[in-house]
Design a protein around this ligand. Sequence first.
Ligand SMILES: NC(=O)C1=CN([C@@H]2O[C@H](COP(=O)(O)OP(=O)(O)OC[C@H]3O[C@@H](n4cnc5c(N)ncnc54)[C@H](OP(=O)(O)O)[C@@H]3O)[C@@H](O)[C@H]2O)C=CC1
Ligand SMILES: CC(=O)N[C@@H](CCC(=O)OP(=O)(O)O)C(=O)O
Length: 346
Amino acid sequence: MIRVSVVGATGYAGIELVRLLYSHPKVELVHLVSQSFAEQPISDIYPNFKGLLDKACSQLDIDKIAKESDVVFTSLPHGISNQVIPALYERGKKVIDLSGDFRYKSAEVYEKWYGIRHMSPDMLQASVYGLPELHRDEIKTARLIGNPGCYPTCAILGLAPLVKQGLIDLNSIIIDAKSGATGAGREPSQALHFCEVDENIKAYKVATHRHTSEIEQELSILAQREVALSFTPHLLPVKRGILSTIYANLKKSLTFGDVYSLYSEFYAGEPFITLHQEGSLPEIKHVNGSNNCHIGFVVDRRTNRIIVVAAIDNLIKGAGGQAVQNMNILFDLDETTGLRNPGWYL
Ligand SMILES: NC(=O)C1=CN([C@@H]2O[C@H](COP(=O)(O)OP(=O)(O)OC[C@H]3O[C@@H](n4cnc5c(N)ncnc54)[C@H](OP(=O)(O)O)[C@@H]3O)[C@@H](O)[C@H]2O)C=CC1
Ligand SMILES: CC(=O)N[C@@H](CCC(=O)OP(=O)(O)O)C(=O)O
């Protein structure tokens, strides 16, 4: 069994990760760390665990966690993760971080977009961007994984084949993305109050959202040149799910069949990518509760633009599920272990 600890187990991403790990056949949950709820059973905080996982949360004790775990997941706010992880890493642990702290190649880019100093910039060289569909071989041998952001997972997977093959004008990319409110975490705020979110849709952080830089980093690697794009997130009056509608100008005329063949080849054998046939497009209902990413597209011959629609569950493929997928790769397990779940439609 793999001995697993979760630091930040009580947040929305953390508890969804705990839920997936609880059902994972090769995992023993060792420590669930929380500073606000130390000594309280996790099932008091999230009663859906009652009678199933009544384990008490504990304070962060790096030595004990390092000694008793094979892998540690950190699901802490950005800026906090990079203060906790170096001590775990120095003790030889494998670490999968769900925050933005170890997703970047460059500390300067992180500091510019996050507006805070990176506390362990030297470790960015050691970290691997944990998107298995693009970086599986690097993940296999990594000790520190920066698990991708929710919006970036959806957008990068939606665009990767087109960018890699040089089929779109890289100056023309527009990502119009929409997320459920769990994407913002459990910390209450006025903007996330029921009365502000319900029966409403709003754009936020237009042209300034930090995930822009994460998407640009990965697409630039694929394109082998700098990519700058427009990314507009929206908050939806639903709990979970991300739907991204992505626009780009085609460099040459393509049919739906050309694009479908390209994506089929690029994602051949990928267990969590599903392509939609012509006339069908992804919806958040198709992916919520699963680790799947659904992708569909329309070639608009009138404007010579391609419109890609991609959907994921922000808490699963966008966070905890992808983190478990990365753990499976790190420990040489079948990548789908603990993740073979069609999700819930209703
Ligand atoms: N929600 C989502 O859809 C996604 C989230 N993420 C990322 O995952 C991470 C967790 O997000 P999420 O679960 O949504 O956030 P929450 O606000 O719901 O949870 C944050 C967690 O961090 C702990 N925490 C908060 N402040 C501190 C602190 N100063 N020191 C130590 N622990 C602290 C809290 O634990 P306690 O108070 O119990 O100690 C809590 O368990 C973030 O980096 C987020 O950006 C990534 C992808 C998707
Ligand atoms: C709806 C909502 O507020 N979403 C969050 C997504 C945050 C998130 O998950 O960020 P990381 O993946 O980078 O940690 C936001 O826009 O900030």
